[in-house]
Design a protein around this ligand. Structure first.
Ligand code: SAH
Length: 246
């Protein structure tokens, strides 16, 4: 198999970046670059920290467990995704991981796991989900990493709902009805998408979510989608109508 160009390797680092800076790699990063990708001194990679865009960097020291990079020129500006939250009720582990990965690729700015009336997930590992978000950002060319928040109860989130944030409420009870997401409505406003658990929303949740100011109850077509499918479908629809695919 042909080895990818080293500069195509993108690494997230949690430290300031700028020409002349030196970056000490963590052990997993050193393992990835030198043992898995077989880079050696002099190879070039791309670094980003979620705040300052992307930079070229050169390997100045390559050991199995340690390494150092020298930061060079900036190669891309910071390109934030639209101000869109993806809220979802966690499901089984692999499907939850999938939702986090796809939310990053599709361009959500924040990923918000919510506990709803019918949520029956195993415990979620917040640190694992954040690590998945970092990996997805490295892979898809993003210059920012969406924050994965701690799981919170839906009711509590709605109690504190920011008045200017619109909600694309994906309601399985609307499947097969005419409840489309309008074109370009509120394109300058902050938004959130809400996807329910396998058990769907309770009646009281549905009433509250439908009556909220700024709520847009939406159908995702005539079939009932699994939550992970619904998340990708909703993100696609939102990006196409309102977000940065236009
Ligand atoms: N158990 C429920 C389905 C839940 S599907 C039932 O049988 O009715 C999981 C989530 O995906 C839903 O809560 C909703 O947010 C979203 N979803 C799935 N299909 C949808 C559709 N056709 N329209 C709108 N939302 C949908």
């Amino acid at each position: 198999m042909e080895r990818p160009l080293a500069a195509k390797i993108r690494l997230y680092v949690d430290q300031p970046l700028g020409p002349g800076q030196s970056v000490a790699l963590t052990q997993p990063q050193a393992h990835y670059l030198f043992a898995v990708m077989r880079l050696s001194e002099g190879a070039t990679v791309t670094l980003f920290n979620g705040r300052e865009g992307a930079f070229a960097a050169t390997v100045t020291r390559a050991d199995k467990r340690k390494g150092t990079l020298a930061v060079g020129e900036q190669t891309a500006p910071l390109q934030p995704p639209p101000d869109l939250w993806l809220m979802f009720a966690p499901i089984k582990k692999a499907r939850t991981d999938f939702i986090v990965e796809k939310a990053v690729e599709m361009g959500a700015a924040r990923i918000v796991p919510v506990h709803t009336d019918f949520t029956n997930a195993e415990r979620i590992r917040h640190d694992r989900l954040q690590a998945h978000a970092i990996e997805a950002a490295e892979q898809c060319g993003a210059t920012m990493v969406p924050e994965v928040t701690q799981i919170a109860r839906l009711g509590a989130l709605l109690d504190d709902w920011p008045g200017d944030r619109r909600l694309m409420f994906c309601d399985e009870a609307l499947a097969g009805t005419a409840a489309p997401l309008p074109d370009t409505v509120g394109a300058a406003d902050p938004w959130a998408i809400l996807i329910g658990p396998e058990g769907g929303f309770s009646d009281s949740e549905r009433v509250r979510l439908s009556q909220m100011a700024g709520s847009h109850p939406v159908s995702l077509g005539p079939r009932i989608l699994r939550a992970d499918t619904a998340a990708v479908a909703a993100l696609t629809l939102w990006q196409l109508r309102i977000g940065d695919w236009r």
